[in-house]
Design a protein around this ligand. Structure first.
Ligand code: MRU
Length: 357
């Protein structure tokens, strides 16, 4: 199977619908959802049928375009009131990944900047913008992959957490992009995938896409990372991010911060991979990032034939945590690898981005 031909998120322009690879069904079933209604799209984002920061942003951009298509009014004020409500609704599906609001704000700006033209023309511009958001993501991921490849050599062992791969983006992924690009060039890496409790994105998704690309892949439970590092099998840790603060504090799937602490102990470089669309320069540090909390059943019931914990037990289920900037060897973006101190290097990354347009 050529995993790089898989599209997690796509717009069917003829049928005006959003096509999503249902990630809750992987790896056992490869099933595509076809959605038009924004409530269904909200639900798909909330339930992680589409997931991963860039993929969520792209799905929401297409979702807001489909919402715009259904707004049947001729004056801008009435159109915008409904469009804005749809945008806010989609934005409420998940709080942590900044790509969601980033993509939706881009869509809203297109509408506002073109208030003087016909509503039908605004709808066409919205479609073009959503397609552009997706295409740009592919280019960003490819550049991130190229830069990431400079950090490793053929035969290296890489430990990763959650899924920051092709499935989580438009193409290639972020943390897994160097692995896929390396494969295209005949390189081989040993990738250790944390299973990533409780939703098992590592066990179900990263292993699926890496094996599909012919990568030597080993699945470990989250609590085995220390042992694998101690064995000397890991040359670098590569993870993605849902939101990076201006000081480099990086929020990613729950369990990532523990991994960074272990990597420091074993003197293994810990790299965060993210497009600039995942960097939130309005947030000073990680303490200001909203951490999504999810239903307790994800821990107590999902994946078990019978509920495995007592009915009355209290459950804490944060979906993300924040890696302190001092644990990060580099943040790999499409505009270069930021190094500490991140308050300066991330500012430079954005200066580069703004100069390059
Ligand atoms: O809850 P998820 O599966 O959406 O969480 C995804 C992650 O934490 C990814 O590492 C992150 O979004 C980066 S994806 C390129």
């Amino acid at each position: 199977m050529d995993i790089l031909k898989f599209e997690s998120v796509a717009l069917d322009e003829d049928k005006n619908l959003l096509r999503l690879l249902d990630q809750t069904k992987l790896p056992c079933e490869i099933e595509f959802l076809e959605l038009q209604d924004i409530h269904d799209i909200w639900n798909a984002i909330y339930k992680l049928q589409v997931r991963g920061a860039p993929a969520i942003g792209i799905a929401a951009a297409f979702g807001s375009y489909l919402a715009a298509l259904n707004i049947d009014v001729n004056d801008f004020e009435s159109f915008f009131e409904k469009f804005h409500a749809a945008k806010e609704y989609l934005n409420s599906a998940r709080p942590t990944a900044v790509n969601l609001s980033w993509a939706l704000n881009r869509m809203e700006k297109i509408a506002l900047d073109n208030r003087e033209i016909e509503i039908s023309e605004i709808k066409t511009l919205l479609k073009n913008e959503a397609i552009k958001i997706k295409d740009e993501d592919t280019q960003m991921c490819r550049k991130i992959g190229e830069l990431g490849l400079t950090l490793i050599k053929d035969g290296d062992g890489i430990l990763t957490h959650c899924n920051a791969g092709q499935l989580a983006t438009s193409k290639y992924g972020t943390a897994l992009a160097p692995i896929h690009l390396g494969r295209e060039r005949g390189m081989n890496f040993h990738v250790y995938c944390d299973e990533t409790r409780p939703l098992l994105q590592g066990a179900r998704l990263s292993t699926f896409e890496l094996i599909a690309d012919g990568v030597d892949t080993t699945l470990i439970c989250d609590n085995m990372a220390s042992q694998v590092m101690k064995n000397g099998w890991v040359n670098a840790v590569f993870v993605g991010a849902d939101r990076i603060a201006a000081n480099g504090d990086s929020c990613n799937k729950i369990g990532t911060s523990g991994l960074a602490i272990l990597a420091q102990y074993y003197k293994i470089p810990f790299y965060v991979f993210a497009p600039t669309s995942s960097i939130d320069m309005n947030i000073k540090n990680g303490a200001d990032i909203t951490i999504e909390e999810r239903p307790s059943e994800e821990i107590t019931e999902m994946w078990y034939k019978k509920r495995m914990a007592p009915e009355k037990v209290k459950v804490y289920n944060p979906a993300f945590d924040v890696v302190s900037n001092e644990l990060i060897a580099g943040i790999v973006t499409e505009y270069g690898i930021a190094r500490p101190p991140y308050s300066e290097s991330l500012r430079e990354i954005f200066e580069r981005k703004n100069t390059n347009g």
